[in-house]
Design a protein around this ligand. Sequence first.
Ligand SMILES: Cc1cc2nc3c(=O)[nH]c(=O)nc-3n(C[C@H](O)[C@H](O)[C@H](O)COP(=O)(O)O)c2cc1C
Length: 390
Amino acid sequence: MARPTLHTRLCDILDIEYPVILAGMGGVATAELVAAVSEAGGLGIVGAASMPPDEIERQVRRIRDLTSKPFGVDVLLPSGVAAPQGDGAAKADGDAPPQPPQRSPREMLPEQYRRFIDSAEQEFGLPRRAAQEEMSQGIRRGFGGNFSKSQVDAILELKVPVFAAGLGNPGPYADAFHAQGAKVIGLVGNVKNARRIADAGTDVVVAQGTEAGGHTGRIGTLALLPQVIDAVAPTPVAAAGGIGDGRGIAAALAAGADGVWVGTAFLVSREASWPQLLKDRILAATEEDTRVTRLYSGKTMRNINNPLIEYWESQKLDALPMGMQGIISGEIMAAARQADKLELVMNPAGQISGMLHESRPAKEIFEAMVTEAAQILSEGLRARVNASVS
Ligand SMILES: Cc1cc2nc3c(=O)[nH]c(=O)nc-3n(C[C@H](O)[C@H](O)[C@H](O)COP(=O)(O)O)c2cc1C
């Protein structure tokens, strides 16, 4: 079959064949998956959320071994980011971080949250406090200085073609990236943030609806998308949240998007780098099996529901800020891994999970999506819908 054509201005901006971007999913979208999507004609994006600079460098080198096509790296920025200074090195003032904790992470938590960890470990028969030392190192690194600044510095240094921020405003870094010919993408869940990041120089705004897996907002994709498009015009907008096949791509383009940013549909690809059990839970899920919770990160995150989420929600505790909440979930998850109870660990996934039934190579998933979208937009719609304006 001939190679389908599906082209928008986003393809020209990002130098790609098809307007389909692999979402930068932390720890899951790594070199093999990124390269597979870029090779297929889209834009693969590394989910570098918790990767230190040396790991980002390793990923980028591996991608460059696998493909010569454009790709990107995605990080999570803290709120409040200042413009780069001097030689263009990026500086994030929201990074003015707490000093590395002298006490163990668990000791930093208020008493009621320490009690919650104890009670959850008891409830699920987990090894008590077994994970503390393992967690301490991760938490210390997270608190230990300008983590996201060091990530952005590394991405600049590596001359990555596309920089993306899944949280926060990437605008203050835009000049530094533009100076080296790179593009900047930012993700939003509401119109206010869309305006903010577009005004700050972001090249592509991703409007992410609540259907999405991972951190997500409250507005549905179909309601959010046209409002963001109108608010940031002429800045290009990609749609995200609930797009899992060619019908979703066609719908997003019909609604005015310049492209799509797809996460969950690639989570079940062969190249996605996370345990098979987590993929299997997505493959087995229905559209009703996800739940938004603050348990894992302190921010609203859509996950495959599990008994630990139910238990957290039943306790009616307020979530702590991001790093502190991560201590709670991190300790419990480390204990769950130790006890081989992976069903309790974080398993972010979107509502489109109910439509995913098999694990395939990313190239196949990608080609099926693009071909279906091109078919719908070239002939399929006309065959089903009789419309005219005269
Ligand atoms: C497992 C997983 C991890 C994610 N990690 C990140 C992340 O680190 N940074 C980010 O910008 N978005 C992250 N997201 C959100 C995705 O970038 C994307 O917006 C979302 O998956 C799109 O909706 P969909 O899942 O319905 O395709 C994650 C999503 C999932 C499912």
